[in-house]
Design a protein around this ligand. Structure first.
Ligand code: 4AD
Ligand code: MG
Length: 445
């Protein structure tokens, strides 16, 4: 039996007979030749069946095979620059083929399908080459996130999924029954990480996060993955420095390790190549001035109306999109009005209506991928903030304790994995960044 290999390694086996296990992606034929596009999860390669070598019976079976039939194919690896599939140009001259299961009438064909149809068939759509590329990029981004944090002295500490109270606003909570009590799925691990840093210095949690987002947008999922680093003895400037190093590492690592996948997605790589520190930093006030100037300059009445905003309001997607178009790198916007941010942010010295928050907006119109802040360190002020936000104080005694026993300036941020994947892949909608996305209207399959 020939050596079993994976398609991504095929370049190491030119001239040798090998065996591949996979599925039929597509096929065409002409006379005594039949061309099978075989995929195995690591790539696609063309296998060429030649009737005189295989005999009429096997050749007829091969010609009949439907898309996504499972098979084991043996053959000799040839280098051919014209061959489609694996970059570098390789193909397999088939010497033997076993069919495990013949698939018929596979619903997803190379023709165009509507998004709802594709989402209903997400369990099958994942096999398509674009979706395959996105998931491979996602896995690399996850790995890069963990590698950078582990290499830079952050301890991975897990935070609970079942929580007694809100941290990021009460309007997006998923309620669950907790024995005789009510609980909520975690919107963030941050508050627990603030306890963790007082024990470990620098920590991160990385896991699923839940928000009952009521609006249907290109940027929101009900379940998404967030990585949340938290750092003791770190102010807002220190936080921005960490974020720009971190994000640049993620982008450059993905560019290096997933070039073929990004090319398959037709991603403009030059835009990603620019992502190196430092990133531009503008205040909320300056962002408003820029938006006013954009409104002033545009002849488009719809855009004028979309961009209307007064001091004190949060940005919507159109504001973020227009702002980020002005920069070719991610841009920090800091110092938002306290009223639009969570309760735990440190006030700006001398300007209590502003907080030491910072969002990182991705370029090319992608918008917010990170939300972060310096945390409030005064216990009395924190009690007032909790009361102002009408949160139940009894759930936060432990959190206020952190300010009583060795309080230190500290900061942290949360990066949304799916939004980061959408940006790096250059795809317009977040739903394709998750293998089985959960949205307002969908939890099937
Ligand atoms: O800005 P957010 O709400 O910040 C926090 O949750 C902080 N507790 C994080 C921290 O400081 N430790 O969310 C952080 C990021 C957003 O920038 C976005 O990338 C992502 O999480 N995010 C979502 N991604 C997809 N779907 C949603 N519904 C999201 N909500 C937030
Ligand atoms: Mg945010």
């Amino acid at each position: 039996m020939a050596q079993e290999i994976r398609i991504e390694d095929i370049g190491d086996y030119v001239g040798q007979e090998v065996t591949l296990k996979g599925w039929l992606y597509n096929s065409t034929g002409k006379g005594r030749l039949h061309f099978l596009q075989v995929r195995d999860g690591t790539g696609i390669v063309q296998a060429v069946a030649f009737k005189p070598e295989l005999g009429p019976e096997l050749f007829e079976t091969i010609k009949r095979l439907g898309q996504e039939s499972s098979l084991i194919v043996t053959g000799t690896v040839r280098q051919d620059q014209r061959a489609p599939g694996v970059p570098g140009g390789y193909e397999l001259g088939v010497s033997d083929l076993t069919v495990l299961q013949e698939a018929e009438d596979y619903p997803i064909t190379p023709k165009e399908h509507g998004v709802e149809f594709l989402m209903d068939n997400r369990h099958l759509w994942l096999r398509s080459s674009q979706q395959w590329a996105i998931m491979r990029v996602r896995a690399t981004i996850k790995r890069a996130i963990i590698d950078w944090l582990d290499d830079n002295g952050f301890l991975n500490v897990d935070t609970p999924i079942i929580t007694p109270s809100a941290a990021e606003g009460t309007s997006t909570l998923f309620e669950v029954q907790y024995f005789d009590d009510k609980a909520y799925l975690a919107q963030t691990g941050q508050l627990y990480n603030e306890a963790n840093i007082m024990a470990f210095g620098k920590v991160y949690c990385f896991g699923p996060t839940f928000r009952a987002e009521q609006s249907k947008t290109r940027r929101h999922l009900a379940e998404f993955w967030m990585v949340e680093p938290e750092i003791a003895f770190c102010d807002l400037d220190c936080l921005m420095e960490i974020e720009e190093q971190f994000v640049s590492y993620i982008v450059q690592t993905t560019l290096r390790e997933r070039r073929d996948e990004l090319a398959l997605l037709q991603r403009d790589l030059t835009a990603l190549e620019m992502v190196h520190p430092p990133f531009p930093r503008i205040s909320y006030d300056e962002a408003l001035e820029r938006l006013a100037a954009i409104r002033e300059a545009t002849d488009d009445p719809a855009l004028k109306e979309l961009l209307a905003i007064e001091w004190g309001s949060d940005f919507g997607s159109p504001h973020e999109t227009e702002l980020t178009k002005q920069f070719d790198k991610p841009v920090f916007v800091y110092g938002y009005p306290s009223a639009v941010k969570a309760f735990y942010m440190e006030p700006w010295p001398g300007r209590p209506e502003v907080c030491k928050s910072v969002d990182l907006l991705a370029p090319e119109g992608y918008g917010e991928i990170i939300g972060g802040s310096e945390r409030m360190s005064d216990p009395e002020m924190l009690v007032q903030a909790i009361e102002r936000h009408q949160l139940p104080l009894e759930h936060y005694h432990w959190y206020i304790d952190l300010r009583r026993y060795g309080s230190v300036p500290h900061s942290g941020f949360g990066l949304g994995l799916e939004r980061t994947v959408a940006w790096i892949c250059g795809i317009p909608h977040i739903r394709e960044t998750s293998p089985f996305p959960r949205t307002l209207k969908r939890m099937y399959p």
